[in-house]
Design a binder for this molecule. Structure first.
Ligand SMILES: *[C@@H]1O[C@H](CO)[C@@H](O)[C@H](O)[C@H]1NC(C)=O
Ligand SMILES: *[C@@H]1O[C@H](CO)[C@@H](O)[C@H](O)[C@H]1NC(C)=O
Ligand SMILES: *[C@@H]1O[C@H](CO)[C@@H](O)[C@H](O)[C@H]1NC(C)=O
Ligand SMILES: *[C@@H]1O[C@H](CO)[C@@H](O)[C@H](O)[C@H]1NC(C)=O
Ligand SMILES: *[C@@H]1O[C@H](CO)[C@@H](O)[C@H](O)[C@H]1NC(C)=O
Ligand SMILES: *[C@@H]1O[C@H](CO)[C@@H](O)[C@H](O)[C@H]1NC(C)=O
Length: 297
């Protein structure tokens, strides 16, 4: 099938190994074989598919290392090796940065092989990135300031790692971000003060829970007018809850339990958003609700 341009086998029960003859499909532009039971190693012949723009093996059971030949595929725009626990995606990250500067979408999340590593400062060279997923990737160290060079990013997922330190001030340059998942790390500092996250005015989902963050929620939070989800639980954020949250018309989820926030809940906020389910999620130490607004428990 040497004229085939798209080959997509996703969520199948395909098993066995990938045949080396795949390298003969010279016209392939998109190859996705995700969520399947294929195992064995990846054939080096993948490097022959010079027209490939999309290569996705998310959720496959391959092992070993990713063939260096893939780094020669200069047309690649999307590359996905998410949930490939037996594949060494860690050492591949550095190589990708050196070789594939045109990538728009990179997902290497859920890497369990290769031990802890930190985000290389050279990440700033992938200036075309729109989506970056390094979730559950055994990352330690800090977020390099060069991350601020990725100004086209819309989706950044660094959840469930061991990243430490504060968000670099350059983070405020990621003004296109729609989704920011930083939850379940050991991050500190004051992310919700005016000069940092309130600058990211396109944000829809902001999850920074389960970190060591502190500081208050700036009234500038109202600049995030598209915000839908704000998850702040299990942090040391303090101060009072600004009334400006009421200006966020699209907010559907606000989670505040186990923080150091104090004062009372703006009455209007309770009337606007609390369903019985959400009341349960609020829980914790910050909870002052006029009962007349609530249905019986
Ligand atoms: C992945 O491959 C290993 C080794 O062949 C096998 O033991 C394991 O069951 C496979 N996992 C899945 C989810 O197929
Ligand atoms: C395919 O790739 C192999 C291994 O990388 C290489 O030896 C071979 O010359 C390539 N064939 C073509 C037709 O490019
Ligand atoms: C990250 O973990 C590795 C391996 O455990 C260790 O060698 C390295 O010092 C750690 N780096 C940081 C910045 O904590
Ligand atoms: C709020 O959501 C609606 C419906 O999805 C959308 O049309 C509107 O643009 C959103 N508002 C903002 C400020 O993003
Ligand atoms: C409450 O949040 C802190 C971080 O501020 C965390 O260490 C602790 O485990 C959390 N407690 C519970 C019960 O989740
Ligand atoms: C949490 O914040 C409060 C108020 O800012 C401070 O007094 C306290 O030491 C902080 N706790 C931790 C564990 O950082």
């Amino acid at each position: 099938m040497t004229r085939l341009t798209v080959l997509l086998f996703s969520i199948t029960h395909l098993s066995g190994t990938l045949p080396t003859e795949l390298g003969q499909l010279q016209s392939l532009e998109s190859l996705s074989i995700a969520a399947c039971k294929l195992d064995g190693t990846l054939p080096t012949q993948l490097g022959n598919l010079s027209k490939l723009a999309v290569l996705g093996f998310d959720g496959a059971n391959f092992s070993g290392s990713i063939p260096a030949e893939i780094l020669g595929l200069s047309n690649l725009k999307r590359l996905g090796f998410r949930e490939c626990p037996r594949l060494d995606t860690k050492s591949f990250l550095t190589e990708v940065i050196r070789n594939l500067n045109n990538l728009k979408w990179l997902s290497l999340g859920s890497g369990k092989t290769g031990g802890f590593t930190s985000i290389p400062s050279e990440i700033g060279e992938l200036t075309n990135l729109v989506d970056l997923i390094l979730a559950d990737f055994q990352l330690n160290g800090t977020i390099p300031s060069e991350m601020g060079l990725l100004t086209k990013l819309k989706y950044l997922d660094l959840q469930r790692n061991s990243i430490k330190g504060s968000l670099p001030e350059e983070f405020s340059k990621l003004s296109q971000l729609r989704v920011l998942f930083l939850h379940s790390n050991q991050l500190e500092g004051r992310p919700l003060e005016p000069e940092l996250l309130p600058q990211l005015t396109q944000l829809r989902w902001l999850h920074i829970n389960d970190n060591l963050f502190s500081g208050s929620i700036a009234t500038d939070i109202s600049l995030l007018s598209s915000l839908e989800e704000l998850e702040l639980q299990n942090t040391n954020l303090s101060g009072t809850l600004p009334k400006e949250l009421l200006l966020l018309d699209n907010l559907t989820s606000l989670v505040l339990m186990n923080t150091s926030l104090s004062g009372s809940m703006p009455d209007e906020l309770c009337g606007v958003i609390l369903s019985p389910h959400e009341v349960k999620r609020f829980g914790g130490n910050f909870y002052s609700v006029p009962t007349t607004n609530l249905p019986p428990p």
